[in-house]
Write a new protein. Structure first.
Lengths: 788, 158
């Protein structure tokens, strides 16, 4: 794609110097005059009535400036459904839920005050299994579910049950499809909740000043959503609320929506308007802040003898935990990928977001897709085996191609992206087969280390309201350089660098002359919905391109006056404009950036500010009964393949090679793309091999630190990592680009479990594939090591 | 809480100050000396984000009591930059895109610095061994290895 000067070129990330020197400022690095320090009192029970909260002793402690509990936290929060209290009021619904909070002169005093708060509980029956939660006689976790505000027409809470949302998808007639099928296979797949583990926790500072002037500094992904949801919760006008985002130490979805801002705000208000800082500990980050939802999935698939999928029935029971304000949309959005990127005529999908007494779930990189694809892509390999077909051939036979319809009825076109090309590419990259030579087999037998290969496809579209929009400002500085302002947050994924590249390309201006505001402040930054859903490069990118076009139009208008020419007679140089026919007549951007001054002092024009906006085209709400409609701004498809080696003596799995290929439409910055893919794949390998959220029988969280909850280290990397891209341009994306921030994490678990099955014949229907579990299953002689 | 006098050198600068007797080195650096480049990721010695070099050895500063550092020499990320210029490691981290959110980066660089001080030509395995206690959730580690290898003048096979 050499026609571009900056798109697809190796441009270094914008934030490198500040981050390698320790000079990058994160919310936790801020200190303010009069600042107080907060601490939370959390529930010891997974489900209990709160009989009494006694804060009297805490209030007496010198240095304590504010103590609040459920009596103060009247407001309900939530992005899609307002089901979450700022502080537990009448009851607690998970172990770790906030029941009271303190602000004091220093952290030690706040900690001592928390210990002085006495809470009396009356334990209630708990639910930990979604299959129990959906039974008609199950205890209700939210008896008032029917009264909760939610996005009507998009979400469908079932009053009098534990089902926060029931998403239905119907195409064709599954019964007929199964009747026609020669082979039918039904399996269930179980996955626990997962922690995001951003290295920086949800650090929050709020000053709720007199006149309801509210200033928030938070480690968040979504400044405007924090402002909106804060405003809705407390009835304070948006103009009174200022949300500031500095550098953010990782998000992965955990910091989308609204979190501790209301709690800390109430503390500040109670402390007479002093700024209050809350830095959650790692343990609190695990036990009080939200996680990724768990999933129980049942899939029934019907195929013809030739390997065409004729019908599929999918039931998804999401373990939303105690609250589902965000989770309802994960259940909805992931159902639109409920059968993967396959063309299937007859489909029935039911996706239920179910309350339990676990930590509550929220957005997590991939938004339900990594969980669904574990089930779907395991099922594909299992079905291929049952049919006696090669799994790649089986997939290629059933994938979506131009002319196919998705599960929501959306037509696939030539511009949609190609899962088949990605799959073929990764198969090539690792040399996908399981026919090892006799010498290799002998070596495996000798060492007890058995190898296996597998592949899987993936897909995802941004999951967001139909109206989710971005805007951008592109302002010219006095010297003709340009600064971009957006409200998407770059927490390391590289968005801002890509936006700089888009502006450089659009304005034909050297990239060094383009800066981007590195922090967001809602009073001055242009609106953006949220930094989620792999939507920044696409939608925020289009907004920046639009703003550049607007700026160019203004430059032309000024140049027409100064150069005494018509706009169509003027062309753009690098940092200047000139008369096409007579290029000696030119004017630099620096001469017109803030207005042009004639020799006699007359001035015209004024500071140049380009403004741009973008919103997804043509999205619809989905039909409540059939789920049909247009759900996707853009589908990013991809595939992974891996070769693993299983040590049958220890159960340990080593990844010998891992290949990833995504149809990104247009590679904007190869190094940044590779960064997303390599990082996302390893995060996925964590889900595959070690990460597991565990509770005891009374619902207490057992995994609350890095000893009990293991994320990948240097020693868990694949021995060889290969990355490639397919480029089927997305015509409404900037320069043809699609997002790829979440996709690398999808289908990693399925590839790993499929490869494990091929290596040693052990079929896993749940995760993780940790050494102890793998070893035990091999020992149990499930089917014994098998080599093809 | 009782406050006690502590004297130590940080990045070659002498400090003589008071700190709580239960304060960690991390708290002393961040809260009392205003050196916020060092980050806290877990407070339990499990993530390495707070790594600094104490008398030549990399330590999790969240696990060291400040008062144990009496008369010690501490090096933090702020000391990695010399006369406003980036060190070889810092340049290599940028060159190889060895950072994303940046929160683990200061600790990662200090662990790598301690390794290079001891072993100027580490292998890939040496790097994995030395940096295993530093968690990164963003990069997948691969570019960090490349950065350290390249700063050590080694061959980088990406």
């Amino acid at each position: 794609m050499s026609e571009y000067k900056y798109i697809g070129k190796p441009v270094k990330r914008h934030d490198g110097v500040e981050k390698v020197t320790g000079q990058a400022s994160y919310t936790g690095d801020l200190k303010m005059s009069g600042m107080l320090y907060a601490k939370m009192k959390t529930s010891e029970y997974a489900h209990a009535k709160i009989l009494k909260v006694d804060t009297s002793e805490a209030e007496k402690l010198p240095g304590v400036r504010a103590v609040i509990d459920g009596r103060h936290g009247f407001a309900k929060l939530g992005i899609y459904m307002q089901d979450r209290s700022v502080i537990a009021m009448d009851k607690v619904r998970y172990h770790g839920e906030v029941v009271a909070a303190v602000a004091a002169d220093d952290l030690e005093t706040a900690e001592r005050a928390i210990e002085l708060i006495k809470v009396e509980y009356e334990p209630l029956p708990i639910i930990q299994d979604v299959r129990e939660a959906v039974k008609p006689d199950a205890p209700l976790i939210h008896p008032d579910l029917g009264s909760y505000s939610h996005t009507v027409g998009v979400f469908f809470p079932k009053a009098g049950t534990n089902v926060a949302n029931h998403m239905k998808l119907r195409r064709g007639n599954v019964e007929e499809g199964f009747a026609k099928s020669d082979v039918i296979l039904e399996n269930t797949f179980t996955q626990s909740q997962i922690f995001h583990i951003p290295l920086e926790t949800h650090v929050t500072i709020v000053q709720w000043g007199a006149g309801d002037n509210i200033k928030i500094w938070c480690s968040g992904q979504s400044p405007f959503s924090v402002r909106d949801l804060f405003s809705i919760a407390f009835g304070v006008p948006r103009n009174n609320i200022e949300v500031n985002i500095l550098y953010v130490g990782g998000g992965f979805g955990a910091k989308a929506g609204i979190h501790l801002e209301p709690l800390v705000g109430l503390l500040s208000k109670a402390a007479g308007g002093r700024p209050v800082k809350l830095v959650p500990t790692r343990e609190e980050e695990c036990s009080t802040l939200p996680c990724r939802q768990g999933l129980f999935a049942r899939i029934k698939t019907g195929c013809s003898a030739e390997g065409r999928i004729l019908a599929e029935e999918v039931e998804l029971l999401w373990d939303a935990g105690a609250y589902a304000d965000y989770g309802v949309n994960i259940g909805r959005a992931s159902a639109t990928s409920g059968c993967g990127p396959y063309e299937i005529e007859n489909i029935k999908i039911d996706s239920l977001t179910v309350y339990t007494n676990h930590v509550f779930g929220t957005a997590y990189r991939g938004f339900g897709h990594p969980e669904v694809f574990f089930a779907v892509e395991r099922q594909r390999d299992l079905m291929a085996a049952k049919l006696g077909m090669d799994p790649t051939e089986f997939r290629l036979k059933n994938l979506l191609y131009p002319g196919s319809r998705t599960v929501t009825g959306e037509l696939i076109t030539e511009n949609t992206g190609r899962p088949d090309k990605c799959l073929k590419r990764v198969a090539e990259m690792i040399g996908l087969h399981n026919h090892y030579t006799d010498a290799e087999k002998a070596e495996m037998k000798r060492t007890g280390k058995y190898r296996g290969k597998a592949a899987a496809v993936l897909q995802k579209a941004p999951a967001m309201p139909t109206w989710a929009a971005s805007s951008a400002l592109v302002q010219m500085n006095e010297d003709g350089t340009v600064r971009i302002s957006v409200s998407g947050v770059d927490y390391g994924q590289g968005t801002y660098t890509v936006l700089q590249q888009i502006a450089a390309e659009r304005l034909n201006l050297p990239i060094e002359k383009i800066s981007i505001n590195k922090s967001v402040s809602t009073p001055i930054s242009p609106y953006d919905w949220q930094t989620v859903a792999s939507r920044m490069t696409v939608i925020c990118g289009m907004a920046v391109a639009d703003a550049c076009d607007d700026l160019k139009e203004q430059i032309l208008e000024m140049a027409a006056v100064v150069l005494r020419a018509s706009k169509h007679e003027i062309a753009f140089g690098e940092g200047d404009v000139y008369v096409m026919q007579n290029p000696q007549y030119r004017v630099g951007f620096n001469k017109i950036a803030i207005g042009y001054v004639y020799e006699n002092g007359n001035a015209v024009g004024g500071p140049l500010i380009g403004r741009g906006k973008a919103i997804a085209q043509g999205l619809t709400n989905l039909d409540p009964e059939t789920g049909q409609g247009k759900a996707a701004l853009d589908w990013t498809y991809g595939a992974h393949a891996a070769e693993i080696e299983v040590d049958t003596e220890t159960g340990d799995i080593e990844v010998l090679q891992f290949a990833s290929c995504i149809d990104v439409g247009q590679v904007m910055n190869e190094e940044l793309m590779r960064g997303q893919i390599v990082g996302g794949v390893l995060q996925g390998l964590g889900c595959a091999k070690s990460e597991y959220v565990s509770h005891d029988a009374s619902g207490r969280l057992l995994t609350r630190n890095f000893t009990d909850y293991k994320i990948p280290t240097f020693k868990d990397m694949p021995k060889k990592m290969m990355v490639d891209a397919v480029e089927t341009p997305q015509l409404d994306g900037p320069y043809g680009a699609r997002g790829c921030g979440e996709h690398p994490l999808i289908s990693v678990t399925s590839v790993m479990a499929n490869a494990l099955a091929n290596a040693v014949g052990v079929q896993f229907f749940d995760l993780p594939l940790s050494a102890d579990r793998v070893y035990r299953r091999i020992q149990a002689g499930n089917s014994g090591p098998k080599l093809s | 809480m009782n406050r006690q006098r502590i004297r130590l050198k940080v990045n070659g600068q002498a400090y003589d100050t008071l700190c709580s007797e239960n304060a960690t080195l991390l708290t002393l650096l961040r809260e009392d000396l205003g050196l916020t480049g060092t980050k806290e990721g877990c407070g339990a010695g499990e993530c390495g984000a707070c790594t600094v070099i104490l008398n030549g050895r990399p330590v999790n500063s969240c696990m060291v009591l400040a008062l144990e550092c009496q008369d010690s020499e501490v090096r933090t990320i702020e000391g990695e930059t010399v006369n406003g210029g980036l060190s070889d490691l810092q340049k290599a981290f940028i060159e190889h895109n060895a950072l994303q959110c940046g929160f683990c980066t200061p600790g990662m660089i200090m662990s790598a610095r301690a390794l290079l001080d001891k072993n100027p030509s580490p292998t890939r395995e040496d790097i994995c061994e030395a940096l295993e206690g530093n968690l990164c959730r963003c990069t997948g580690y691969e570019p960090i290895i490349a950065a350290v290898l390249s700063a050590a003048g080694g061959e980088v096979n990406e």
